[in-house]
Design a protein around this ligand. Structure first.
Ligand SMILES: [Mn+2]
Length: 292
């Protein structure tokens, strides 16, 4: 579907300003700035374009891997105006992610709020993903929140109804969430070093990776929608993502809940760099024929 819609087009307003066509690319950035249930500080709808803008100032050479990961081809889909109704929005996200997977490419979804991950996880499941691995300060295990079953605070709960869920980096929860998370894997922030043990029965499986950027400490990303102290450092976040890429078959991924600070570039650049590093690790594993 996507290849027909976007064949031979390229987007100047693209990640790293790359001009690969859709057909030439192995990774596809999907911007879906859905934001309708933010409970505290709004602005995550501004996240995707702020990330794209900052990405233009990244070096394409990756010092750590010695690669130019951009050479795998990264295509940025034209901007999409999200649907207002959550069910319609999730359906649209599911179709977009599914279309990219059908074309044998890796979807990289940029939210918007965490709700969009539900659509991505549904599509990933169609392509064999058995688990949803989320990095998040919050459990997102509410049955319903502020009158909505599709609030950002219900994401893990909704997904747990059709797929295994693991949330890494948790440092706050309501009692209801704590109860609802029984049967899922929760790795508290202070247990970060043990995440691989806690996820041991899922190792090697096909998964969807979701990064709620509030997993990071507010000193790194100060303007999050729902900031929470004692977060992961930049280095802890990158190394955890790297570990997940190396120990699972990540079929699709998303980066959500980033709310850029006005007049600040460091935060958007940090997120853009995290995404680029993730693609670097993933493409290296993919090239190594490790079954992705
Ligand atoms: Mn969160």
């Amino acid at each position: 579907m996507n290849s027909e819609r976007f064949r031979n087009s390229f987007v100047v307003d693209s990640f790293l300003s790359l001009e690969y066509t859709y057909d030439e690319s192995n990774y596809v950035i999907i911007r879906y700035p859905y934001e309708h249930t933010s409970s505290w500080l709004p602005g995550s709808k501004l996240g995707p374009n702020s990330i794209i803008e900052a990405s233009k100032y990244l070096d394409t050479f990756d010092l750590e891997t010695g690669d130019v990961p951009a050479e795998v081809g990264i295509y940025t889909l034209p901007e999409i105006e999200p649907k207002v109704d959550p069910l319609e929005a999730l359906k649209e996200v599911e179709e977009l992610v599914d279309g990219v997977l059908r074309d044998n490419k890796v979807p990289v979804l940029l939210g918007g709020e965490h709700t969009v991950s539900i659509g991505a996880a549904r599509a990933a499941k169609r392509w064999g993903a058995e688990a949803f691995i989320s990095l998040d300060a919050h459990m997102d295990f509410y049955e319903s929140y502020e009158g909505s079953n599709y609030s950002h605070a219900c994401t893990s709960k909704r997904i747990s109804e059709f797929m295994r869920v693991a949330v890494i980096g948790v440092r706050t929860a309501d009692w209801e969430e704590y109860e609802n998370s029984r049967g899922s894997i929760i790795v508290l922030r202070e247990e970060l070093d043990t995440w691989k043990d806690k996820l041991s029965d899922l190792l090697g499986k096909r998964v969807h990776l979701s990064v709620d950027l509030d997993v990071m400490d507010p000193s790194v990303l100060p303007c999050l929608g729902t900031p929470e102290p004692d977060g992961l450092t930049w280095r802890e976040t990158v190394s955890t993502v790297k570990g997940i890429i190396e120990n699972f078959k990540v079929v699709s991924m998303d980066f959500v809940e980033f709310r850029p600070c006005p007049h600040m570039g460091a935060d958007s650049l940090a997120v853009a760099k995290l995404i680029y590093k993730t693609i670097a690790y993933h493409s290296r594993r993919r090239r190594g024929n490790l079954g992705l």
